[in-house]
Structures are given as structure tokens and as C-alpha cells.
Design a protein around this ligand. Structure first.
Ligand code: DLL
Length: 444
């Protein structure tokens, strides 16, 4: 059994356990103030409110939220870099950005008050994983423009923990520091946590006896329950899922409590909705749809009904932990990462669960999509063998390939090519893992 986190704490009991009625009253008040602010300060929003035929004073209930215009990533790009600010630049004290794979990055500007909000919501993330001033937090999220490093840094300081600003990379050194400093909490992407586990193994550092990790707070990329089990077993800690995006504030938007039954959304700051990505119509609680957020306390760059493209389910049932805040499911993929292979819809997220259920395989995999000239699309899944499987010889490797093929074919409804690859042959990532190579996009 992995070590478990300390008893969970509730950082801001008033906010996190507020009766729903009171919460909704607060949300409405803050929504109205935000709508008023953007309408009067941001030309883009004045135009889009006008086009939708709504004015801030028309918002009388939370139900009116659906009448407001949606904001998309394209709108952010069109107003790059500072077109959506509500304050003059001299009130901005920090600028983050997310590295778009194409074109300009998405900008995250903060006023001093926005930074204070970030510290508050990040403190909640740590507290719900049981982190206190007695902890040593090894923070291996990347420091820099990415919000992961500095966001987790800020929150650790807020709860009074000792934070080690390790950032990503130099994994051997990281293992040494975790051992020498006695880190009790690890924060990084789930894929990088596996790199650290693997590095410890290589160095002969026994995770159980020589490291003191108790909790890990992992996010910034999708990961399955099967991956959680792998990480908990390999690092001997309790793994918490944590969610956020640059456009909202960075990490701190939603995070798990020890029930691990959904991620509590800091709903007093970020108002969630779930919509049908095609029609834009609201989707009832419990059903999968696209997550949409409105910031209701941001000062520098508030966003109205921002389409995250993340697919989730929402529940507003109170949690056994005492929090009344709505919970989102793990991210089940993105509306833009669905692959269509020979007409079949394939979500990469589903591939991970299948891969990890096959014995002898490691949680390192790659999905390759190709369209050979004048032929149909092909999908190929490569997964690394464990050292034991690799050493057991050709026969067992082929048998495992057959099993993998059958499980994937059953789950996906099409017949992928599979390859059980040599240990350590798939490139590791220090931040967000890139597991899909779509050669169709590369025009080959
Ligand atoms: O990834 C912020 C963050 C840092 C979150 C550290 C958690 C921990 P961006 O780089 O703007 O911000 O990417 C945001 O990453 O829309 C999701 O698609 C994905 N994402 C973030 N957290 C999770 C998660 C940060 N826990 C985008 N599970 C989001 C799945 C996640 N996907």
C-alpha cells in the first residue's frame, strides 16, 4: 500500500463549505460585477454583448449566464497580447503564457489582486492533499512562462511548506535532492513523475525506504485511473489530480480531496458550465460535455464563458469531505483531440486505460496516425515492454502484442497495428507528455 497523505484540511472553510444557496448568491453578484467590468472596459466584450443583444444589467439569475456570448481561443488570439485587459498595463505585475503548438501563445496577465487570488486557490489545492507547514514540497513543474512551476510555488509558500523549486529536467539530481531534503510532497506532471520513479530505480534509490514522499499533486495533462495506480505503486505515495489552465489563472481551478471522487472547482472564483460542443446547448449535470468557465473575481483579464475544449462531467452533489463546491470528473479528453480513424471516433484517453491493463507493459506509449498515399488512415500504438518481459524472449513479446492488439481492437472498434517496444525506447517528457504523432498533419 502506498503511504497516504495526512488528514485533509479545508483551507477556506467559509468558501469551500458554503451552503449552495449562499454560494449561488455570491456567484451571481460576482458575475454581474465581472460582466459590467468587461462591458465597459473591453471593446471586444462590448461588441460581443451587443451582438448577443444583452447588457450586464440584464443578468438577473445564474440562468442568464447562458445568454452571454462564448469566448474562444481564437478570440484570445485575435486580441493578442493585451486586447482583453480591463486595466492599464502598469497595473499588471506578472505575465504568463501557454505555449500554443501553433501560432501565438495564450497570455495570462495578473494584477496584484489576481496573484493573491492565485495564492488562495493554490493553498486550497495543497490543503486538500493534507499539505501543511511541516511539509517539504519538491516542485518539479516547469518554472517559466508555464503556470505550473510558479503557481505551485506560490501555493506552497501560502501554506507555509518549504518549497524546493526544482523545475523540470536533470532527473538524477532531482532524485538526489528529494532524498537529501526528505521531500514529503511531489508536484509535477503525471508523466514526469514516472520519469522520476524510473530514475530512482536506475540510481538504485529505493523509493520506499530512502524517499519520504507521501503525496503527489499531478496535473496539466490527462491521465487515467490506471495511470494513477501505476504512479502510486511506483512512487509509494497518494496521487491527487489537479486541474487548471492559463486562461483562468493556471493551476488552482479544481483539485481532488482524499475521496478522489472528482475535482472540487473553486466555484467562488470560476463559474463552471458544461455545454454540447456542437450546438452550444447546456448539458445536464452527470453528462459529458465541454467545460466552459467564467472568471468571476479576476481583475486583469476576466473571461466570459471561455470554452476550455476539455470534456468532463459535472456534479453539484455535496462531497463526503464536507465541501459543497461542484466537482468535475477527470478530464476525459479534449473536443479537439478526438481522432477520426476510418470514420471511427477514437479518444487517446481510452487507449491509455487499455494499454495499462495488459501485463508486462509499462506506462510509456505513443500513438502514431498515418495516411499512406491513396490509402485509408492507419493507427499504430507503441508501448514499452517491462524489462522482465523484454528479457523473457521473442515468444512472450509476440504473445503480449497479440493481447494488446485484441484489447485495443475490442475497445476501439478498429484494428490498430501494435508494437511492444524495447524498454526506454520512447522519449520521456519533463513537462506535458506528447503521446500522439499525427503524420497526416505533417502533410506526409
Ligand atoms: O496546464 C495549468 C496547470 C499546471 C494545471 C499544473 C495543473 C497543474 P495550460 O498549460 O494552459 O495550463 O494547459 C491547460 O491542460 O485545458 C487541459 O486540457 C490540460 N490539463 C490541465 N490539467 C489537467 C488535468 C496548465 N488535471 C490545459 N487533467 C487544460 C487533464 C489537464 N488535463
Amino acid at each position: 500500500m502506498p503511504r497516504t497523505a495526512q488528514a485533509s484540511l479545508i483551507w477556506n472553510r467559509d468558501a469551500e463549505t458554503m451552503p449552495r444557496q449562499d454560494l449561488e448568491r455570491l456567484q451571481l453578484e460576482r458575475l454581474r460585477a465581472t460582466a459590467d467590468l468587461v462591458f465597459h472596459k473591453v471593446p471586444f466584450y462590448r461588441q460581443s454583448f451587443d451582438a448577443a443583444g444583452i447588457r450586464p444589467e440584464d443578468i438577473r439569475s445564474l440562468g442568464d449566464l447562458a445568454r452571454l456570448p462564448l469566448t474562444t481561443k481564437k478570440d484570445l488570439r485575435d486580441n493578442y497580447p493585451f486586447g482583453l485587459l480591463t486595466v492599464p498595463l502598469d497595473a499588471i505585475v506578472r505575465l504568463h503564457a501557454s505555449s500554443g503548438t501553433t501560432g501565438k501563445p495564450t497570455v495570462g496577465p495578473y494584477t496584484a489582486r489576481d496573484l493573491a487570488t492565485w495564492g488562495e486557490v493554490m493553498a486550497r489545492v495543497y490543503a486538500s492533499a493534507g499539505v501543511t507547514s511541516r511539509d517539504i514540497v519538491h516542485n518539479a513543474y516547469g518554472y517559466g512562462l508555464f503556470t505550473g512551476g510558479l503557481g505551485f510555488h506560490l501555493g506552497a509558500e501560502q501554506v507555509g511548506a518549504a518549497v524546493v523549486p526544482a523545475s523540470g529536467g536533470l532527473s538524477k539530481r532531482q532524485v538526489m535532492l528529494m532524498e537529501d531534503f526528505g521531500a514529503t510532497v511531489l508536484t509535477c506532471t503525471p508523466s514526469y513523475s514516472l520519469v522520476l520513479a524510473e530514475t530512482a530505480l536506475e540510481l538504485g534509490v529505493d523509493v520506499r525506504s530512502r524517499l519520504r514522499l507521501r503525496a503527489g499533486i499531478f496535473g496539466a495533462e490527462p491521465w487515467t485511473e490506471a495511470m494513477r495506480q501505476e504512479i502510486e505503486a511506483k512512487l509509494h505515495l497518494e496521487a491527487f489530480d489537479t486541474f487548471g489552465l492559463t486562461e483562468m489563472i493556471g493551476p488552482g481551478v479544481a483539485s481532488e480531496c482524499p475521496r478522489h471522487d472528482g475535482l472540487h472547482i473553486a466555484e467562488d472564483h470560476f463559474l463552471p458550465e458544461v455545454i454540447d460542443p456542437d450546438s452550444g446547448a447546456p448539458v445536464p449535470d452527470g453528462e459529458v460535455g465541454e467545460l466552459v468557465f467564467t472568471t468571476i473575481t479576476r481583475e486583469g483579464q476576466p473571461l466570459i464563458r471561455y470554452r476550455t475544449r476539455d470534456r468532463i462531467r459535472l456534479t453539484r452533489e455535496p462531497c463526503a469531505c464536507g465541501r459543497t463546491l461542484a466537482r468535475m470528473s477527470k478530464v476525459l479528453g479534449r473536443t479537439d483531440d478526438m481522432l477520426i480513424i476510418r470514420g471511427v471516433n477514437v479518444y487517446p484517453f481510452n487507449i491509455e486505460s487499455v494499454v495499462l491493463a495488459v501485463e508486462g507493459l509499462e506506462p510509456h506509449y505513443l500513438i502514431l496516425i498515418d495516411r499512406p498515399k491513396d490509402q485509408l488512415d492507419e493507427i499504430e500504438v507503441w508501448v514499452e515492454a517491462s524489462v522482465e518481459l523484454w528479457n523473457s524472449g521473442e515468444y512472450w513479446i509476440r504473445e503480449t502484442e497479440k493481447k494488446l492488439h485484441k484489447s485495443l481492437a475490442d475497445a476501439l472498434g478498429l484494428s490498430p497495428r501494435v508494437k511492444v517496444a524495447e524498454p526506454h525506447s520512447i522519449q520521456r517528457s519533463e513537462g506535458k507528455a506528447r503521446r500522439i504523432i499525427d503524420k497526416r498533419e505533417l502533410g506526409s
